[in-house]
Design a binder for this molecule. Structure first.
Ligand SMILES: Cc1cc2nc3c(=O)[nH]c(=O)nc-3n(C[C@H](O)[C@H](O)[C@H](O)COP(=O)(O)OP(=O)(O)OC[C@H]3O[C@@H](n4cnc5c(N)ncnc54)[C@H](O)[C@@H]3O)c2cc1C
Length: 342
């Protein structure tokens, strides 16, 4: 169980999905153009079809005609500070970003330039457990999120819990930004790390590089991260009791049978702070993955799939569900674009 979910529904597949899709596309004769930037969409004035794209390939401008259609799959705009602050003024550049450097919104601008409509641009998800130093996500930042179902707790600099750890990313991030000083910490013990299949070697390395703080007792861990020892020890004891009783009187967290009490060390803490992660807004599409224009009509020849689309997840995407969207709408867009113009 992970934050925001009401059931066990997350499955970790890793990047193997992209590898398989890439190999299959290549086997069918697809051509991959690396070091190539799309710089615009071309819409035919007479027929109104999107007839191709303009690109810069290794710095050389080229126009490519599309025989059947263009599918925009350019991802979200988490790294596009002007675009994200235009819609969500609080998300200034001081916020880190978990996404790759290509997560910029120019394809949304180009699609708008040929008439596309957008929606939900103001709904931008923060990941509450990013590394406060880099703004990025490493394996320990993933553990901070996945460990909540096993009894990992979030604490502030006073050594107290401040939120129901199983709430959605928006609620946890709001609680951090609204009431805590940077950073907050995830706290867990070795038994919880074992549940997440972390090895001794990984933990040693995490401590050596200063990403993990360790203590044999809650008091020792509190010293290591500079928070009040007694308050923190009480916080751990109270949460252990909540697990034993199956109820969390402080924050109403739904306790479950997977949760382990932190009754034995070593104890670990991981610093965490919200970072811009996912953009729920983007191009308006219909169930055929056609891009819809500002009058509500499909733009002939233009399809979109993945994070560039808006409105598919509503105002807050559940962790683990984006890949499903990419696969489902990517497939629909591919099938429909292949049929078009036949
Ligand atoms: C750290 C992290 C962890 C995540 N973990 C999960 C998870 O566990 N489960 C889950 O479901 N989702 C997860 N997500 C979300 C999910 O990975 C993304 O929503 C998804 O990968 C988006 O896929 P996409 O194909 O739409 O876009 P992307 O994967 O972002 O690919 C878009 C590509 O288009 C390129 N591009 C953009 N503009 C242009 C242009 N003008 N010209 C040429 N190329 C361009 C970009 O450089 C990029 O290569 C995670 C996201 C992050 C950041």
């Amino acid at each position: 169980m992970i934050g925001g979910h009401s059931a066990y529904r997350s499955y970790q597949a890793g990047c193997n999905l992209a590898k398989v899709a890439k190999e299959y596309a290549l086997s069918l004769g697809a051509v991959l153009r690396l070091n190539t930037e799309v710089t615009g969409l071309c819409r035919d004035g007479a027929e109104g079809r999107v007839a191709g794209v303009r690109i810069l390939e290794n710095g050389v401008p080229i126009a490519i005609a599309a025989r059947r259609g263009v599918i925009v799959a350019s991802g979200g705009f988490s790294r596009d500070v002007p675009l994200r602050t235009a819609h969500q003024p609080t998300l200034v550049s001081a916020y880190g970003c978990t996404n790759h450097k290509g997560a910029t919104g120019e394809m949304i601008r180009y699609a708008r330039a040929v008439g596309a409509d957008v929606l939900h641009m103001e709904f931008i998800q923060l990941y509450p457990c990013a590394d406060p130093k880099t703004g990025g996500i490493d394996k320990f930042a993933f553990d901070c999120y996945s460990g909540t179902g096993y009894g990992l707790i979030y604490i502030n600099k006073d050594g107290r819990r401040f939120v129901n750890e199983l709430l959605g990313r928006d609620a946890v991030s709001n609680a951090q930004v609204g009431s805590c000083e940077k950073p907050t910490f995830s706290v867990l013990n070795e038994a919880i790390f074992r549940k997440m299949a972390r090895t001794e070697e990984e933990l040693e390395k995490g401590v050596a590089i200063g990403r993990l703080y360790r203590g044999d007792t809650p008091e020792q861990l509190a010293q290591a991260i500079g928070i009040p020892e007694n308050v923190f020890a009480e916080t751990v004891a109270r949460h252990n009791e909540a697990i034993a009783k199956g109820t969390d009187p402080e924050f109403g967290k739904p306790m479950n049978r997977q949760m382990l009490p932190m009754s034995e060390g070593p104890y670990y803490a991981i610093a965490q702070w919200p970072s811009v992660h996912y953009t729920m807004g983007g191009l308006r599409i219909n169930t055929d993955a056609q891009v819809i224009d500002i009058w509500g009509d499909p733009i002939p020849g233009l399809y979109a799939a993945g994070e560039v689309c808006g409105g598919v997840h509503g105002t807050n995407r559940l962790g683990g569900n984006a890949i499903a969207e990419c696969i489902v709408f990517g497939r629909i867009a591919g099938i429909n674009a292949a049929k078009a113009g036949l």
